[in-house]
Write a protein of this length. Structure first.
Length: 547
């Protein structure tokens, strides 16, 4: 008797597929008939057979780290699947896994095909099956590419995994994608948090998991009625699904995808056989085909790409947030202030966190609750009576964004041909030349049009800053609001904890700096402080005030 891990996989979770339940029954029957014990199930739904076993979410947990998996110790004696292609459709992946299994005394079994990899004939049989499976995969992909392009051109959705932020909707012919109010709202909040000053992908992933917001996979499972209920039963009667978490790498990949603009991508192989995601283009114009309404505007998407580049750059913005007022609180020496954990939370100069050195101006640490209260009270004392406004992008008429889009399309076409070796052969080259020449003509026509730049306007919310902060329930949310307002607070030596404004800037211990737009609004209103605000506020210190 041996310990067996059951391997279950579906590339599409549809009624027509060989369901996970049927695969499970076949493997369990084989194990019972041969006296084996199934110690667990690795279930991956909506996962292509081209994905390496060690890269799959569920099966990867059981794979050894030596192969790229997550397991420090392999508990199973053998893998068992309904068919070999449930393990993988790639010859190289199977060969690598078989070699490791032979060296470590493990086996791989197909309950329906029957083979033994420990024998020479068995290994040859497996290799032949894998080669056939890979050939079948390539034929399936070629048919899918042709069908996919036709569906995208007609605005239809081909099925499979739904891009996050969208949901399938029944159309007059087939299905189409429409914006999902719930997940698109979450997506826009993700983008807002990443693009705000001090935002990071890591902190957003932590927020998503702490708030238990369903991951893209779980969102699809919920939509399909397949996510486990609190009592542990799946709505469809199948064994309960395990909830999946948000991951930094997956979020980066999702946010960089042009699907946020309503475009579609298809997987192609470059000259080296490596898979690359290529935007589906209109062969008449060379521009990306629009499959659905965009979730983000092109300006928002560009801002997001800039923010993601900073996140991926180790020398860019700080990617951790040990303080709810990160990028708001600064030491007089210019370093950010961070929370220091202890019996009572304190803020101290960032030099200590960076290299363990002492602040050159000898600004001491202060209690976190006192400093945070002083910043909020001081800020509200100055602008609490002002209405909160949000920046709204106003597209210009200079066609700069459209020119940039055309040039981006030209660059992507060049990369596809000269870097990845796509558009090969006479037919491919002719298609590339046609799209490239049309894009060049389009750029010339756009550059000849009149120019008016993009701009931003400010949209009122009907809520004052004091009302907004009263409604906020935690320090992190208040920090988000202060960063959105562009506030900067500078701690000086001698801070006493009381938000009292000084008539002498040299005696002040906490300086609150307001951005130009807030300063201008105060100036327009005669810089009248709110009744009950800290005494001693001097209008002449605008846009900074000293506490």
């Amino acid at each position: 008797m041996s310990k067996v891990l059951g391997v279950l996989r579906l590339s599409r979770d549809t009624e027509e597929s060989t369901s996970v339940a049927r695969q499970r029954e076949a493997v369990q029957a084989w194990a019972d008939a041969n006296g084996h014990t199934v110690i667990g199930w690795a279930e991956d739904v909506d996962v292509s057979g081209s994905v390496a076993p060690w890269d799959r979410d569920d099966l990867g947990r059981w794979m050894p780290r030596e192969l790229g998996g997550q397991a420090d110790h392999v508990e199973w004696d053998g893998l068992a699947a309904w068919r070999l292609d449930r393990v993988s459709r790639r010859v190289l992946h199977l060969a690598t896994l078989i070699d490791w299994c032979k060296r470590n005394g493990k086996t791989i079994t197909s309950s329906s095909e029957g083979f033994d990899i420990t024998t020479g004939n068995g290994a040859i049989f497996v290799t032949l099956l894998a080669a056939l499976a890979e050939g079948e995969l390539e034929a399936m992909r070629e048919r899918a590419r042709s069908s996919f392009r036709k569906l995208v051109e007609s605005g239809r959705w081909r099925g499979g995994f739904v891009p996050y932020g969208y949901r399938p909707a029944k159309a007059s012919q087939g299905w189409e994608l429409e914006i999902d109010p719930e997940t698109s709202t979450t997506l826009k909040e993700i983008v807002r948090r990443i693009c705000e000053p001090g935002g990071s992908v890591n902190s957003v992933v932590r927020w998503l998991n702490e708030e238990e917001i369903p991951s893209p996979l779980d969102a699809q499972r919920i939509r399909n009625g397949r996510l486990s209920l609190p009592e542990g039963l799946s709505p469809d009667g199948n064994p309960p699904k395990k909830r999946s978490e948000w991951r930094t790498g997956n979020l980066f990949k999702m946010l960089r995808s042009p699907t946020l603009l309503g475009q579609a991508t298809i997987t192609e192989k470059d000259a080296d056989g490596k898979e690359v995601a290529v935007v589906v283009r209109d062969t008449e114009t060379g521009l990306p085909l629009q499959r659905a309404d965009p979730i983000l505007t092109e300006a928002e998407y560009r801002d997001l790409m800039v923010a993601l580049e900073k996140n991926s750059n180790p020398r860019g913005a700080v990617r951790y947030d040990r303080s709810p007022l990160l990028r708001v609180l600064y030491c007089e020496c210019g370093e950010p202030l961070y929370r220091a954990h202890g019996r009572r939370l304190r803020y101290r100069c960032g030099l200590h966190s960076k290299n363990g050195t002492k602040c050159p101006l000898d600004v001491p640490s202060v209690y976190a609750d006192e400093l945070e209260s002083a910043v909020v009270d001081g800020f509200l004392g100055i602008v609490g009576h002002l209405e909160v406004v949000r920046r709204v992008f106003v597209p210009g008429e200079d066609h700069t964004a459209e020119v940039a889009r055309v040039e981006q399309a030209m660059a992507e076409l060049d990369e596809a041909r000269f870097t990845h070796g796509l558009y090969r052969g006479d037919r491919g080259v002719a298609e590339w030349v046609g799209m490239r020449s049309k894009l060049e003509a389009r750029r010339e026509a756009l550059e000849a049009l009149p120019s008016v730049p993009d701009s931003w306007s400010y949209e009122p919310t009907g809520v004052t800053y004091r009302e907004r902060f009263t409604a906020l329930t935690d320090d992190v949310a208040r920090g988000d609001e202060l960063r959105a307002a562009g506030v900067k607070a500078i701690l000086r030596k001698g801070f006493r904890g009381d938000p009292i404004l000084s008539d002498n800037p040299d005696e002040g211990r906490l300086v609150i700096e307001l951005p130009a737009d807030l300063g201008d609004r105060l100036a327009t209103m005669g810089i009248e402080r709110e009744s009950g605000s800290p005494e001693g506020f001097r209008p002449g210190i605008n846009p900074s005030t000293v506490l």
